[in-house]
Structures are given as structure tokens and as C-alpha cells.
Design a protein around this ligand. Structure first.
Ligand code: G6P
Length: 587
């Protein structure tokens, strides 16, 4: 959601560097974009609606530039509302990620003293506020004083025409500073930077950084100079390119066997630590949003049946209404690919303030959630660029399987199941199997609804399968617990309504087959997914048995079905589904 990229250094191709940086951040989701560069003592601005795609910019040569991909919140998708936003003098340019909660109040105050606004955005107030402070103080103090007045969670990067520096500050949304040879980069995500340098600083909340000839890190609100903590990114630029694949989504689907194997081989100690925390806690809560919330649901089933432990579940955005009974003995396990989802980060912060233990299962090192948690497990899934989450989900579930089995003193068994699942995923990724998935996708191309049912752990599979279909192919899909069918959903079953039945070889098999019979009796078209065929299935897609890890190959099948269904339904870029963002940093 909204991408920021800034450059200052020796190269006079700032506009090109910023444009290329924004392109790498496209996956976060956006609907307009813009760049500003310094030309002598002036700022030039170039803004557009729509996608960057093959865009080139006519901006002049410059050694300083800032850019932004905007995902509209305040004000429609227009060129005027696109960032960067300027002040009245057109000497201050601001790009911003987040929401200025008190923008109306600030706007009225600024309008009263003569400032003229051109956009509907909250961001524009920041430029005017800085302009106001510049009347009495320097660039850095003006940015500091303006930033201190903003309410809500924001990240900004500011250019000022007379200055050879850019200044960034953050209070919530992520910012990473890249440190090169006589050049600096600042971006919402290290993905945009790693092409230039792997030496980075993950900015903390209330950090402000001045980048020019040197780097100066300042702690807000007072403005004390602090020593930066440098990190070295351990992945390379080639990891964030599509390679031989047409889309990142497909590439990431194909990377999953290694992700699962990595967890089976290397996560013994991590999962032991997590299972010990659960053992010691007085009340454990798992939370996540979207795909990660389904991993958390899977976790609750796994802990109950394998480890005989009760674990609570909450959607991130709902946790705020449930957390009154958190104590310092509670354990909160927050699950997130990006580690930036505000609906996860915000309740975690509240729980932290109550003294509860925080464990994070997260993909992005240095992310807000990663930094919030005392106990951290990295997913190790590598950079995930498609908006729709695939390998991260698989990694989350694999880690939860291993943790639950570790709690039950069955870690070795879980490792074997995961290795088996990785092998089964490889079978699904082979051409012969993919051909069958493509045939099914062709058959479903005109369906307006798809239902997915499962019970127990397979209920989480059903939910995730439906979400993949919705997000990727825009077909209306719903996942249900098999037992809920006759409590309402069955009214929707019509002649030929496709229904995917998740039927693992576990205690749910007989009951889910009965549910499939009920659907069939009302004319439904049954697609069975599991290790065992059954007469009730009109189509059967076999996923070999790997015990509780069977879920992993069933999910991969669902991902491929969603991907091909999207292509056959004419969706051009399944990497960037409409209206969605990779990391949702606003409530
Ligand atoms: C967005 C994405 C989803 C993702 C969810 C949670 O809504 O579109 O695909 O599952 O955020 O993201 P997280 O980074 O916290 O796992």
C-alpha cells in the first residue's frame, strides 16, 4: 500500500533511479504515481494516474528526487491527488504513506492564515505546514516541527528546493534507508533498495533522517542525534525478479517445496522455543489478517488435536475488542507476511503495553511486527512480491504444524510429514497435474459462484482456497465448515453449482463426504480434493496423504486453480489484483 522511494547522491539520474525504485514497489498496490526532482533551486514534478508499466519520465537530470505510488484513501484517483504534494511556494515536496488523522484541523488552521490547497489529500497539509515553519527556521527543524504535529501513523519523505538534502521521518509506516557509496536511498521496503546496496537502516518509529552528503539520524520529538544501527540484507536482487516465470505469483507458487523443506530441516530450535512459550503462557492468542488469519485458524485446530492445547484465535482488526483480558502472562502470536499490517501491528502494540508476551511469525526482517516482538520466527519464504500470498501462507502453516507436533513431543514425525508434503507439492507442480488443473479452470470459467467446504483443519483450507479464488480470479467464492451447509448455505446450491470438497484422510472424511452428498442431491457439481477418491466426486484431484501436512499440497492446488482461472477470465496481471494492496498499513 503506497510506496515511497527517494534518492540523493552522485548520479544525475535521480528521476530514473526513483522511477525504477517505484517499479519495484509496485507490488504493494497503487492507483497513481509521481516523482519530483530538484532542478537548480526549483522542484519539477511529474504525476500520473494508472500504472507505471513502461512509463518514462521527462524530468530533467538531477541528483535528488523523491517518488510515490499512491493507493487512494483521502480523495479520488486523480493526478492532482497523486504525490508528491507541494506547498504554496512550490519549494517543498512531500510524499507520504499513512493517514494524518488531524488533517482537517490542520488544513483549516493553514487556510485561515492564507495557504491555498489544490488536492483533497491529507498529505498536502504536511507540505504547507513545513512551509509555515520554514518562515522562521531551517529545513530540518521545519520538518521536525511539522511532523511532530501530525496525529496518526505516517511516513514522509521531503525535498526542499534550496536544499541538497532529503529528509524522511516515520511514526508507523515502514521506511528503510539504503547506504551506498556517496549516495542514499530511502524506501518503504528494502526490495526497492537492494539493487543498489545491501547496507540498510530500518527506521524506528519517531526517527527522522537527513540524507545529503552525510547521513544524520535524529530521534523525535525533541530532535536528539542518535547512532544508526546498520543491517546487511542477506538476499540478492535476482530474488526479486520474475526470471523465467510470466508472473511473480507463478514463480512464488513454484518456490514452495523448498520453503517447506527449509522449515522441516532448519526450524527445530525455533519451534521448540515457541512451543515452550505456549506451554508457559496463561492464555495464548493467535492473530492475523486475510491469508495469515487462516493460518492462525489452522493453528488452533493443530494445537487442539495434536498438542491438546487450547489456543484462541482472533482476526487482527477484531482483537482490539477482545484484549481486555490480556495479562502479562498472556502470549500473543501475531502472524503476518509483511509485518506491517496495521490491524496486526496496532493490537500487538496495545498488548505489549499491557506487558503480554509477543511472538511474531513474520516474513519481513526489520518490519514493525518483527521489532515489536520479543520472540521472533522468520518465515524464511524469501521476498513475496505478488499481492496474493502463497509461499508465506505455506510457511506459516508449516511452522505451526511443526510447533504443535513439537509441543506433543513428536517433532521428528512432523519433520517427516513436511518432507512428504514438499514431495507431494512437487507432484502437483508437474506439467501433467497442472494440465488437469487448467482443464478444471476452463470448466469453471463461467461460474459465478464457487463454494468450498472442509471440516477441522480442512475448514482452514476451505477458507484459504476461497480467498485465493476471490483475490486472484475475482470469482465469488465462499469457504464453509461442512457442518454449516444445512444451516443456510445449502439454499444457494443450484444446478451445476461448483463445490470444492476438501477431504483429507482424517477424522473428517466421512462427514465431509456426507456433506458432499447433500450438495450433489441438490444438483451441485462436486470437485473432490484429497488422498481418497469417492463416488460422489464428479472430478477428483488427488493430493497424497501427508497427515496434517496434506493441507499444504491442497493449498498449492488451490493457488494454481486460482491463477489459471484468473488468466482464463482475462485478468492481465494476477500479481496485482484490483483494489488490493500487499501490505495494508491503514485501518
Ligand atoms: C492484505 C493482502 C492479503 C494478506 C493480508 C495480510 O489484505 O491483500 O493477501 O493476506 O493483507 O497481510 P500480512 O502481510 O499481514 O500477512
Amino acid at each position: 500500500m503506497c510506496g515511497i522511494f527517494g534518492y540523493v547522491g552522485n548520479s544525475n539520474n535521480a528521476a530514473g533511479i526513483v522511477l525504477a525504485g517505484l517499479r519495484l514497489l509496485e507490488y504493494r498496490g497503487y492507483d497513481s504515481w509521481g516523482i519530483s526532482v530538484k532542478r537548480g533551486k526549483k522542484l519539477d514534478v511529474d504525476k500520473h494516474t494508472g500504472k507505471i508499466e513502461q512509463a518514462i519520465t521527462q524530468l530533467p537530470k538531477s541528483t535528488l528526487g523523491i517518488g510515490h505510488t499512491r493507493w487512494a484513501t483521502h480523495g479520488g484517483v486523480t493526478t492532482v491527488n497523486a504525490h508528491p504534494h507541494l506547498d504554496c511556494t512550490k519549494e517543498v515536496a512531500v510524499v507520504h504513506n499513512g493517514i494524518v488523522e488531524n488533517f482537517l484541523e490542520l488544513k483549516e488552521e493553514l487556510q485561515r492564515i492564507g495557504h491555498h490547497f489544490v488536492s483533497e489529500t491529507d498529505t498536502e497539509v504536511i507540505a504547507h505546514l513545513i512551509e509555515e515553519y520554514l518562515k522562521k527556521e531551517g529545513f530540518a527543524s521545519s520538518v521536525r516541527d511539522a511532523f511532530n504535529r501530525l496525529k496518526g501513523l505516517s511516513a514522509i519523505v521531503v525535498a526542499y528546493a534550496p536544499s541538497a538534502e532529503i529528509i524522511a521521518a516515520k511514526s508507523g509506516s515502514p521506511l528503510v534507508v539504503g547506504v551506498g557509496d556517496n549516495e542514499f536511498f530511502v524506501a518503504s521496503d528494502a526490495v526497492g533498495i537492494v539493487k543498489h546496496t545491501r547496507r540498510v537502516i530500518f527506521m524506528e518509529d519517531n526517527d527522522m533522517v537527513i540524507l545529503g552528503k552525510k547521513l544524520k539520524l535524529i530521534r523525535l520529538p525533541e530532535g536528539k542525534v542518535v547512532k544508526p544501527l546498520f543491517h546487511t540484507i542477506d538476499w540478492e536482487f535476482k530474488n526479486v525478479q520474475k526470471g523465467k516465470y510470466k508472473h511473480f505469483l507463478l514463480k512464488e507458487i513454484y518456490e514452495q517445496p523448498q520453503v517447506v523443506e527449509n522449515i522441516a530441516i532448519n526450524y527445530g530450535a525455533d519451534t521448540k522455543r515457541l512451543s515452550k512459550l505456549i506451554e508457559e503462557a496463561f492464555g495464548t492468542f493467535m492473530l492475523g489478517c486475510g491469508t495469515a488469519s487462516y493460518a492462525a485458524i489452522a493453528g488452533t485446530y493443530l494445537f487442539s488435536r495434536v498438542a491438546k492445547k487450547h489456543v484462541n484465535f482472533s482476526i487482527g482488526s477484531e482483537f482490539a475488542y477482545l484484549e481486555d483480558y490480556l495479562t502479562p502472562k498472556s502470549l500473543l502470536i501475531a502472524i503476518s507476511q509483511s509485518g506491517e499490517t496495521i490491524d496486526v501491528v496496532a493490537p500487538v502494540e496495545k498488548a505489549r503495553k499491557r506487558g503480554s508476551q509477543i511472538a511474531a511469525i513474520v516474513n519481513v526482517i526489520g518490519s514493525t511486527l518483527y521489532r515489536q516482538a520479543q520472540h521472533k520466527i522468520l518465515l524464511g519464504a524469501g521476498v513475496e512480491k505478488a499481492v496474493v500470498s502463497t509461499k508465506s501462507f505455506i510457511a506459516m502453516v508449516a511452522i505451526l504444524i511443526l510447533t504443535a507436533y513439537t509441543s506433543a513431543k513428536r517433532q521428528e514425525e512432523a519433520k517427516e510429514l513436511l518432507m512428504q508434503a514438499a514431495g507431494n507439492i512437487r507432484v502437483i507442480l508437474q506439467n501433467a497435474y497442472v494440465k488437469r488443473i487448467k482443464e478444471l479452470a476452463k470448466k469453471l470459467v463461467k461460474s459465478s459462484h464457487i463454494f468450498v467446504i472442509g471440516r477441522g483443519l480442512a475448514y482452514a483450507t476451505a477458507l484459504e482456497t476461497a480467498l485465493k479464488l476471490k483475490e486472484t480470479s475475482y470469482v465469488h467464492a465462499e469457504g464453509f465448515a461442512g457442518g454449516e451447509l444445512k444451516h443456510g448455505v445449502i439454499a444457494l446450491i443450484d444446478n451445476e453449482t461448483p463445490c470444492i470438497v476438501i477431504a483429507p484422510n482424517d477424522e473428517t472424511y466421512d462427514d465431509i463426504i456426507s456433506n458432499a452428498q447433500e450438495i450433489k442431491a441438490r444438483g451441485g457439481f462436486i470437485i473432490g480434493v484429497g488422498p481418497k477418491n469417492n463416488n460422489v466426486f464428479d472430478i477428483f484431484l488427488e493430493t497424497s496423504d501427508a497427515g496434517d501436512a496434506t493441507m499444504l499440497s491442497q493449498i498449492v492446488l488451490a493457488q494454481l486453480l486460482a491463477y489459471y482461472l484468473a488468466l482464463y477470465r482475462g485478468i492481465k496481471d494476477p500479481d496485482k489484483p484490483r483494489n488490493l494492496a500487499k501490505s495494508v498499513t491503514v485501518k
